[in-house]
Design a protein around this ligand. Structure first.
Ligand SMILES: [Mn+2]
Length: 361
């Protein structure tokens, strides 16, 4: 075979490759259309019976020189790539995703533009136990130039015998303190029926880790005019977390703050394992602000500061931490709440690290 003949063969191969390419993409378009219609009908994209028929069809029509098994392997890869096409589409469609909206969402909480690049701190007691207890913390926040106070009124506790919170009375205390100290208040709501009530008392409604997939609660939060702080479930993947936020945004509320709070792993040295890379991943994948709850992720007072620094270093929009005037007698989370002195130290260290307060504006 001379050089010219060889070149001709190469050219023919190139032509066939282009035909294969066009055919593969033509096939992909049909697959996408099929998956789209299957989804509309609520049918799964993958149909194993149909795929078996297709593979048999390939083997039956094969005239060589490839062995039927080799071709079935190649076609199996083509089918798989086709299904993945459908998955990507699904993600592309999420309203919380960057693909849908490139610019950062800024959640306005009174004067705070959360997600504007400044790193903020939400702090306060695990539970609102009394006016006096919460006011002591509010006063300290105010002294530091902090504006975001948290406090639990409805407490979803692991044991039904643990303190369940003051309920509506707790929300009323928060409202009173918000007015007296000009703070924005954040509190968890656990029942869809309480969302509307809560709007009168709090500035941000929190949906806790244990309720991340409480879909009725998420839908109700989506109807609310208040911003929602959504915590990641303790065994939720990032994709599940994003889909939980999707329930809120698709019901009409775009003001969502995501909060990584640690996930359950085999590690027992910490209460949960802080998934620090979730922060940059969520920042890349979604347009929503991302916070890190250092109290519940670590469950250890001695780790609050390093965990907070790590969260700030990876680009979190803010932190959440628990502080109590006397943690030893706290009705919940005794082991990890800071006392006021520890809190002072925590804030001063983080201010040097770039934490935003009213005082360094
Ligand atoms: Mn707590």
């Amino acid at each position: 075979m001379n050089v010219v003949e060889m070149d001709n063969l190469k050219k023919k191969l190139d032509e066939i490759d282009i035909k294969l390419l066009d055919t593969l993409n033509e096939r992909a378009k049909l697959v996408k259309e099929m998956i789209h219609h299957k989804k509309l009908q609520g049918l799964p994209a993958f149909d194993p019976v149909r795929e078996r028929e297709m593979l048999n069809h390939i083997a039956k029509n094969n005239q060589g020189p490839f062995a039927a098994e080799t071709l079935q392997h190649i076609f199996k890869e083509i089918y798989k790539a086709g299904l993945e096409l459908g998955e990507n589409d699904n993600r592309k469609a999420l309203l919380v995703s960057r693909r849908k909206k490139a610019e950062d969402t800024i959640v306005q909480v009174n004067k705070d533009s959360i997600g504007d690049g400044k790193q903020r701190l939400i702090a306060g007691p695990c539970s609102v136990e009394s006016y006096e207890q919460t006011a002591k913390v509010a006063e300290r926040l105010k002294e530091h130039g902090l504006t975001l106070l948290r406090g639990g009124a409805f407490k979803p506790r692991t044991s039904p015998y643990d303190f369940q919170g003051l309920g509506l009375d707790g929300l009323k205390i928060l409202k009173r303190i918000a007015d007296e100290y000009q703070l924005s208040v954040i509190s968890e709501i656990v029942s869809p029926n309480d969302i509307e009530t809560a709007e009168a008392y709090v500035d941000v409604i929190q949906i806790g880790a244990r309720n991340m997939q409480n879909f009725e609660l998420l839908k109700e939060a989506g109807q609310s005019r208040k911003p929602i702080l959504l915590k990641r479930g303790l065994a939720a993947t990032i994709e599940e977390f994003m889909n939980a936020a999707e329930y809120i945004i698709s019901s009409g509320n775009e003001n969502i703050i995501l909060c990584e709070r640690g996930i359950r792993t085999y590690e027992r040295a910490t209460r949960n394992t802080l998934d620090i890379t979730a922060v940059p991943i969520l920042k890349q994948e979604t347009h929503l602000p991302v916070f890190v709850d250092v109290t519940h992720s670590t469950g250890r007072r001695d780790l609050l500061q390093p965990a907070a620094k790590a969260a700030m270093a990876v680009g979190a929009d803010g932190l959440m931490a628990e502080v109590h005037p006397d943690p030893a007698v706290a009705l919940s989370d005794q082991a990890q709440q800071m006392d006021l002195e520890q809190f002072d130290h925590f804030v001063s260290i983080l201010k040097n690290f770039g934490l935003h307060t009213n005082k360094n504006e």
